[in-house]
Write a protein that binds this ligand. Structure first.
Ligand code: 15L
Length: 259
């Protein structure tokens, strides 16, 4: 497989690059700026999601993509529009033209961030974005559906929680995703023969769980890491919130408060 990782200089990519290299032997990396510490087997090509010619050139060199590129937090509309809406369209369109087989799309929990924490949601619930960023991720999921159904790309949307070595606070106890578990999900998206168009949640074994990830389980996902292993230290460092704090009612946390 000729694998392309976009957004390769970002925080999530930095955590999974060694694991991808181990599994796939070589990886083409792309971003606007060069990632640090390139290893044997990693090749970097600079590209801007807003430049269709640059994206087209990238797609000529790969047959599968993990797309982490774009704006990864709430931001003003213009950068969200340019990278996550128009830029993602450039990616899908170049993928279609160059007959790329598969795309793993880094969606986000913020596509569903306005669901309250006291209900468990699955992959069939309608989106409830908490931000412009979350709206762009919902758009990205839908764009993947179009290219899967109309053009036959195999698309795997992962609604990623928070990628880190450990849960960093009370909210992340429910949405934490260890890099190894993320790579396991990416591998399903890149390799599973039944993937046509799928949306799954990107979290490790978390408690309390807000997401029913049965579709990922059906496809073979078996997370190895458990947030409860960190419960005592995380809860001690992050005291319970006061009543009525909106950022504690909704799954998206402080994103729901962003103007
Ligand atoms: C995301 O979608 C962001 O990319 C990441 O930086 C975190 O903020 C994460 O959500 C989260 O909800 O913790």
């Amino acid at each position: 497989m000729n694998l392309l990782l976009t957004g390769a200089a970002g925080g999530v990519a930095t955590q999974i690059r060694p694991l991808l290299l181990e599994r796939y032997g070589s990886v083409l990396l792309s971003d606007r700026v060069q990632p640090e510490a390139l290893q044997d087997g990693e090749t970097f090509v600079a590209a801007d999601l807003g430049e269709p010619d640059q994206i087209d050139a990238l797609m000529k060199q790969c047959d599968a993509i993990i797309h982490l590129g774009g704006v990864s937090v709430e931001a003003p509309w213009q950068p969200v529009l340019e990278a996550n809406i128009a830029g993602l369209y450039n990616v899908y369109e170049a993928a279609r033209v160059n007959k790329v087989q598969r795309i793993v799309f880094a969606s986000s929990n913020h596509a569903v961030g306005f669901y309250p924490r006291d209900i468990v949601i699955d992959h069939e619930k309608p989106v409830r974005p908490d931000t412009r960023y979350g709206v762009s991720k919902a758009f990205g999921e839908a764009l993947g559906g179009l290219y899967a159904d109309k053009h036959g790309l195999r698309v795997f949307n992962i609604r990623i929680g928070n990628v880190a070595d450990r849960p960093i606070d009370r909210r992340r106890m429910s949405i934490w995703l260890h890099p190894e578990d993320l790579v396991q999900l990416c591998a399903i998206g890149l390799e599973h023969p039944d993937v046509h168009f799928e949306t799954v949640y990107g979290f490790s074994k978390c408690e309390p769980a807000w997401w029913d990830n049965r579709r990922a389980t059906e496809l073979g996902y078996q997370p190895k890491h458990r947030s409860s292993d960190f419960r005592d230290e995380v809860l001690a460092a992050d005291p319970p919130p006061g009543p009525g704090d909106a950022s504690e009612i909704y799954q998206g946390g402080t994103f729901v408060l962003e103007p």
